[in-house]
Design a protein around this ligand. Sequence first.
Ligand SMILES: [Zn+2]
Length: 619
Amino acid sequence: MQLIRSDDKGASTCRRQHLNHAKAFPCLRSLEVPSSETDGTERAWMLSLPALVQAKVDSCPLYRTSMQKALAERKDTLTLILYQDEVSGGNILNPDGARKSNLTYFTWLEFPVIFMAEQWLTLGVTRSNEISRMEAGMANLTRAMLKQIRVETENGFALDLGASQEPTLCWIDSVILLMDHEAIRAATGTKGASGLKCCLKCLNCLALGKASHVLEHHDVSQSDMSQFWPATCDSVLAAADRLRVEMSKGKKKELEKFLGWNATNFLNGPLTAPELRDWVKVENIQYDTMHGYYSNGILPQELGLWWSRLREQCNVTLNHLQIFAAMRQRCPGTPAAKQVSPEKFFTDKTWKEGYDYRGDATSSALVLPLCIAFGREVPSEQEHVQAAIRSLEALYQVIILLADLKRTANVEKLLPLQRTHMEAFAAAYGSSAMRPKFHYVLHTSQQIKKNQRHIDCWPCERKHQMYKARAASNWSNSPHFSKGMLLDLATEDLNQSHPAEKLGVRLLGTIQIEPAGHDSRASTSSQLEIKCVTYVAGQFVFLSDDVACKLVHFTQSGSTFVAHVHLYQRKTNDRSAKKLTNWQTKGHSHTCLAAKELEATKSPMYFRENDDATVAMLL
Ligand SMILES: [Zn+2]
């Protein structure tokens, strides 16, 4: 373990960094990765994982309490979740290669809450053009980073949690690499989505249309997961052995294609490192569902196809969609509330016939319910149009369940819904339109069962904003960009502090205390937080398929929290029930709920108050 001093020349730079990054600077470590251009090495920077975790435990009570709970759950043993992604800084429409970097974040599987960006910490930043100068690029850098973590933690690492005199000795028993398929390709050395073998987790999965004459192989349009043979540590090592001994260039190329690996990257990557054996395993490489469905995923592809179909077959224009969307209001307390008004999603910049929907992951998520509702009102009975609408509806069911799986345990329903969607998609657009992501997301239910929870990379997408904002400035030309950026991001991580009370139930916002004289003095507020999720007055919540409520206010007396709500019931005699979900107020509509009842509920994104006093809600 070396502490970095003046290797970068210019002692003043170092002194400044030391002062500006008082907490992050002592965590800094340097890595040497063999160069692809010279006989020497290329330098990269990362943070010491134990040192960073200790610094975060010291500065954030929420992180400290989360760590205590995590360590208590599995007798001081933790599972590390590592996420890597290449991010462009600056203007998205005019990306600048020099501002492109690969970022690494991490969190812990045992943490009670990991959907908050603040529970993930930045571990490394390396500019892409520096990675391209390394032999075997990202695979080698990932190996070096994991080896550094392993060296610092394999004999346990001590954490002072402040609760007793003695520090706790913690262990990391395995690492989950949770990433987009592109990042998995870069980090492990697979051939990736463009190769013949496009899934590193399946031995017999081939690219679209390539399996028709190959015995016992299937392509990415196969929706029956039992047909695929899972890759194991042994199969990975066997592939490595074969590639290592093959000396003929031509034969090696053949073998690479047949096995699905790029030999140089694979043999220098983390899966073949002896020091990482049994710690970093192919079984623990997981596809991120946020990238599978939202970010350049299945959803924007299908929205683009749906829109093109509607344009071709009906006289629908963007203006129709805008008018339709403008009649909806954003539901308070939901992601929609923080975004532009619904009609603004329908611009000709993001919707182009013949192309994927071009909005980002968040826009894709928020535009979907509007398109679903619109589809239910499209008058055309034309079969091509109806097939497109059925496929989008089937995808919608998958997306709703995926969100549900963060709170509930219905994982058995996922694969059947995904298969239904694949069938509807094939009927509407043909299976030749299926991309490899259709296959990658089929691994989701295995992953959820293994992890016993559904984790995705939405929080990392939010963390990228910190990088993007900084990379926009001109200092991206500096040779110290990677190191400076890493220190900046780590300092921001360490400066964010939250109270441990976020893990429980508490009132937020302006709290009014009832006047004395009442039997028990109650406090009232318009905001309530349960396990880091905030509920607000005016928000609609579905309590079951047929009962919904609008939150009015929240009270606390002693340790009892109550939500005061208006109840609604689904309007069943509504002729258009299939088309639009209308709700009407229930008899004695004012009632109280124990706050805990809100925990497993979902909230519609949009609503519309109709003239007949019913409310249309869109999930
Ligand atoms: Zn697979």
